[in-house]
Design a protein around this ligand. Structure first.
Ligand SMILES: C[S@@+](CC[C@H](N)C(=O)[O-])C[C@H]1O[C@@H](n2cnc3c(N)ncnc32)[C@H](O)[C@@H]1O
Length: 353
């Protein structure tokens, strides 16, 4: 995830009123949120349904009261029919909390709320599902966990047992109220925009995006870092909440291939060609890219240049981005082994077909 400051600062400085912003690898929708704050039309595309749902939540504008009333109506029901079982689930969530999570999951899957309220509540729940336990107040629903990735069951059970950590009896509605006020208390009215769950290597996906907002003037994006292939398994609990299985999903469905440097570069190339076909001449693209050290077969700037070669995108400048190691790394807080990140680059290009 890149910091909000990155797309916000560059769009604030360079984008004009009425322009339109695409992110074909939107992740949690940071670019789309920045565009929304600036009143620009925007579409985010991601192959992961968790990412698409997180982005959608950033583009709607229900009131906190609508969200809370929607949640209350769901939680009034008594029993969730589909509750996952086993050591992991017992230790991850207090039974009352898991029941409430399942009630909300079921209701959101059955489409029992109006679209913007459902999108916001879904986003709130995805954000609250797992994370560290606070000293004074609970912001997350789980036993001690990382926030950015779902812990793998065998490891997590061992971790919690060794430290005798029990799942807290968090009041789910209180967490929803808090987050609804924080995220939707002062949002700008929703703009024309959408989040699409899809594969950006497919022309039809980019066409769908263009139909929502028209031709693109800006592409601000960050493709998967080379060698980092865990986007889907890392989000397995959130994926479960959105209707996926209650076990880790190790598939890489729709993801850019990491099978080798050439395959990776040619997959990216497909995306740049597809995207360019729906951009205005002169449109600008800013790509933040890096690779993780254990797969360093080429430097990020060279790989990106190779993927852009002869696509109609002309590289204007390449700059060093902030080094990811400077930020606080979530993986370290749960003692998972981390690959050390290397320098990231920002590649600026112009569409000149
Ligand atoms: C580095 S992350 C983007 C993070 C984003 N900038 C943010 O701030 O949250 C890359 C994203 O690309 C997505 N992705 C990978 N292959 C894709 C494809 N073929 N089409 C669309 N999205 C894809 C992954 O699911 C992942 O969410």
């Amino acid at each position: 995830m890149f910091p909000l400051d990155f797309p916000l600062t560059l769009l604030k400085k360079h984008a004009k009123r009425g322009e339109c912003v695409l992110d074909p690898f939107c992740g949690r929708g940071t670019t789309n949120f920045a565009a929304r704050v600036l009143g620009l039309r925007t579409v985010g595309i991601d192959a992961s349904r968790v990412a698409a749902a997180a982005t959608q939540a950033k583009l709607v504008a229900p009131t906190p009261t609508e969200i809370v009333e929607g949640a209350k109506a769901i939680l009034r029901r008594k029993k969730a029919t589909d509750m996952p079982e086993g050591d992991f689930w017992r230790l991850a969530y207090h039974s009352d909390v898991l029941r409430d999570i399942c009630l909300l999951r079921e209701a959101l899957l059955n489409g029992s709320l109006v679209a913007p309220v459902a999108a916001a509540l879904r986003g709130i729940m995805l954000g609250a599902l797992h994370g560290p336990n606070g000293q004074t107040k609970y912001s997350y629903l789980s036993n001690q966990s990382p926030r950015t990735f779902g812990p793998k069951p065998a490891y997590a059970v061992k971790f919690w047992r060794k430290r005798k950590l029990l799942p807290p009896r968090v009041k789910v509605l209180d967490v929803i109220v808090d987050r609804a006020n924080r995220y939707y208390g002062r949002v700008s009215p929703s703009v024309v925009g959408a989040a699409i769950e899809g594969d950006s290597r497919h022309q039809s996906t980019i066409e769908e995006a263009r139909e929502v907002v028209g031709q693109f003037d800006w592409v601000v994006t960050s493709p998967p870092y080379y060698g980092l292939r865990t986007y889907l398994p890392d989000q397995w609990i959130r994926n479960w909440f959105l209707g996926g299985p209650a076990t880790v999903d190790y598939s890489s469905h729709g993801q850019i291939s990491h099978a080798g440097r050439d395959r990776f570069v040619s997959d990216l190339r497909e995306v740049w060609l597809n995207v360019g076909a729906h951009c205005r001449p002169g449109a600008r693209m800013v790509i933040r890219f890096g690779s993780i050290r254990d797969r360093l077969v080429d430097n990020p700037a060279r790989m990106m240049a190779a993927s852009l070669k002869d696509t109609g995108w002309i590289i204007v400048t390449v700059r060093h981005a902030e080094n990811a190691a400077r930020g606080k790394r979530q993986a370290e807080t749960f003692r998972r082994q981390c690959a050390s990140p290397c320098d990231e680059v920002d590649v600026w290009a112009r569409w000149e077909p």
